[in-house]
Design a protein around this ligand. Structure first.
Ligand code: 6M4
Ligand code: ZN
Length: 258
């Protein structure tokens, strides 16, 4: 099979051939059905501490655009459903070619125009790669933020301004060291859905504690258009780089809100 992608001939319906876990019982994304989730008063507040990066890249890896600092920069995530500290690894995006599609998770069947993933790995492992392969749902903790079109997002502007420089697959640029990643996050990380799932891209490992925030972030129409100008490894617009929802099977989705 050609390298996996989101086109007709290499998209999500094909991934099971190289990654049989695609048909597993703990796959992501899912449709978050409010009538089926359960409030968990035991969920603690989440704390994300992102320290300034000395050298970070913003890159086009052929299926997303991704912010990636050099390893071991000291940014970490704790609390919420997490039993231990998780180290920040990277953030990346999924988006559509129009405002009616683009997010991976859905809420009562509704898709947002885009979804931002902040990826962290369980610090009891020696590396991100080991955490992915560590088995069980606690290898990674991924914060999912829906993006909707509205006011310009000043915190994401330094990143969306770099998009034209990584238009083609395999390109990357250095991110100015004064980029403040903490500013992207809402002031308090409350009101989220959490469940055990998987990577939404091959290898689709079932190693992710998902934490998806109810409140979307806003980006301007111009910022959304910047994403839609990115080209994927097949030379086509990257928009549509989202996996459709997977069956919940016998998993519970917990909420930190009533
Ligand atoms: O599958 B994803 O895009 O969502 C979670 C994740 C984590 C690491 C790499 C890729 C992904
Ligand atoms: Zn993702």
């Amino acid at each position: 099979m050609a390298p996996w992608g989101y086109e007709k001939d290499n998209g999500p319906a094909h991934w099971h051939k190289d990654c049989p876990i695609a048909n597993g019982k703990n796959q992501s994304p899912i449709d978050l059905i409010n009538g089926e989730v359960k409030y968990d008063s035991g969920l603690k507040p989440l704390t994300a501490k992102y320290v300034p990066f000395s050298d970070a890249k913003f890159l086009n890896n052929g299926h997303s655009v991704q912010f990636q600092p050099s390893a071991g920069n000291g940014s970490e995530l704790t609390g919420g459903p997490l039993a231990v500290k998780y180290n920040f690894e990277q953030f990346h995006f999924h988006w559509g070619n129009n405002d009616t599609e683009g997010s991976e998770h859905r809420v009562d069947g509704k898709m947002y125009p885009a979804e931002l993933h902040f990826v962290h790995w369980n610090s009891t492992n020696p590396s991100f790669k080991d955490a992915v392969g560590s088995g069980g749902p606690n290898g990674l903790a991924v914060l999912g933020f829906f993006l909707k079109v509205g006011a310009e997002n000043a915190a994401l502007k330094p990143i969306t301004d770099l998009i034209p420089k990584v238009k083609d697959a395999g390109t990357s640029v250095t991110v100015p060291s004064n980029f403040d990643m903490q500013a992207i996050l809402p002031a308090t990380l409350t009101d989220y859905y959490t469940y055990d799932g998987s990577l939404t891209t091959p290898p689709l490992a079932e190693c992710v504690k998902w934490i998806v925030f109810k409140q979307p972030l806003e980006v301007s129409a111009a910022q959304m258009e910047a994403f839609r100008s990115v080209i994927n490894r097949d030379g086509k617009p990257m928009g549509g780089n989202y996996r459709p929802p997977c069956p919940l099977h016998d998993r519970a989705v917990k909420t930190s809100f009533k």
